[in-house]
Each structure stands twice: as structure tokens, then as C-alpha cells.
Design a protein around this ligand. Sequence first.
Ligand SMILES: [Ca+2]
Length: 313
Amino acid sequence: MTLNPSQSSDRRQAGGDINRRVVAFAAMAMCMWMSMSAVAGVIPIPNSVFPSGANLGGGGSVVISGTDIGTDIANTTVTIGGVAATIFANSNDDIDVTVPARATSGAVSVVVHKTSGAVLISDAFLYQHDYRGARDFSNTANPNGPWQYGWSIDRAAPFQLITDPVVRSSCIQGWVKSGGIPAVLRSRSEVLCSLSTWYWPEGRIGAHPAPDGSNAVIRFIAPETTNYHVSGDFTGIDPHPTTSDGAILQNGVELFSANVGYNAPQTFDLRLDLTAGDTLDFKVGTGGNGFSYDQTTLVIVITGDILLVDGLE
Ligand SMILES: [Ca+2]
């Protein structure tokens, strides 16, 4: 098949019209874009959600970071899995939110809404049935679901809640008893935090004893009656070095204890039958030689058998 000259000419004419229309449309679109940009500004792009998960009860503190993401906070909202997350702090480049509760486990999306538009981070956040001391940490609520942050005069003494205002620095946040310590803190950084004399691994929860020998305590209260797998470690993070002690008590009865040095994890791996309401206290003391340089971090992972049989895991 060949094209006759008129057909070819018509098509060239048609092509020219299309080209002119494309150019005109592009120019119009550019004007519209420039106008919208001038009015609304550029939408800040989040580059991380940290930690990127929670237990189903929610309540944990999460940092959403990105250049200028925390500006114009009065006109900013955040949803996690379609439910509003409460903003409780911000700086120019991050927003701190409290995670909403959720009925089922699984990945959900995070959306940051600004006046200039909304940014979707697909499947950025994972709800799980287990409990993790660091991931579930709250900078706004104490008690926080099954978790409480506090202190005791010594290892055997009763737990007392810390009710003083929280501290929040460039890379740590948390609960500090009036006077400075004991303290229960969590790194809010995705990288190793070098602060004071510490080398604090990203995302870890920590506990520091006091000069009078008072222990810092992280308490877990069993939400269900079942068998629980409790695992993790105590690790010193001060090279001067840390000389603390770590202990785990069930309803005040000691199950585990270890002296804790610098960068040498003291691990625990327990199977425990707990009744709903039973307490597990994770305590950090001075090691019997003073409190200096005793900043200690913990990994705590708790999984209840009854939570694994609903087919969602
Ligand atoms: Ca010590």
C-alpha cells in the first residue's frame, strides 16, 4: 500500500496540528504547575518511618523523617493504616507520632498530609502480634499498653512508675526520674548514636541506674494467660566501661541475672507460663561498684502462644 500525495499532505498537516496542540498544552501545563507550586509549595518527601512497626495495641512512638517534613505542622496530619496517628512533637525534618491501634496484623501504608498534597508510603509499617521493648516504646504514655517505665530502690524493691516529664534529644527520648536517673530511654535514630560517653545502637531501649543504687526498670504485664517466649539481652554501651547488672523478675521472683560489661551481650531465652496480669520486670542496677558509665541497653522480644493461633501469623 502506498499513500497518495494528498493523504500524505493531510497527515503531515494533521501531525503539525497535533504538534502545535502538544506544545500549547505543555506550555499551559507548565504555567499551571508553576502557579500551583507558587501557591502550594513542594510536598516534602518522607524518607523513613522509624521504627517501622508496632504491636496491635499501638501506642508506640514513631519518627517520620524527611527534609522539611515537620514544617507547617499545624496543617499536617499523618495516617497509619488509614487511621490518624497523633502528632506529639516535630522539628523541621521529622515528625513524632503515636501509633494508632489496629485489629489485625500485617503491612499498612503511611500517609503524610500537607496543605500541598499527600505523600503515600506504601506498606511502610508492619503490625505484629508480638511485643518488643524498643519498637513499642512510648514517649507520651506511661503505662503504655502492657509496658511501664520506672525504677526501684534496689533489685528486690517494688516497682515505681516514672511520672516526670520526658526528655527528647537529637537521638534519644524517654523517661527520667526527677534528679536525672534512673532513666528508661530509647534511641530515636536509625544510626549509631554517639552521645555523652555512649555508643547507642539504633533503635535500642536503654536503662540507667542511679548513684544511690536505684535500679531502672522496664515492666511488662502479661495481657493474656498463656505460655510466653521471652528473649533478648542486656548490653553495656559505654567503653569506660559499663559495669552494671541486669535481672529479670516474674512477680518479684528473680528468674535471671548477669553482670553486664561493655559491648558484651548477656542473653536470655525463657519459656514462661504467665497468668494475665503477671509482671515481668527487666532491671538494671549498678553492678555494686557505683553508677558511673553504667548506661545499658536491652533487646526484649515477647511472644505469647495464644497470640499465634488466630491464623494471622
Ligand atoms: Ca557500675
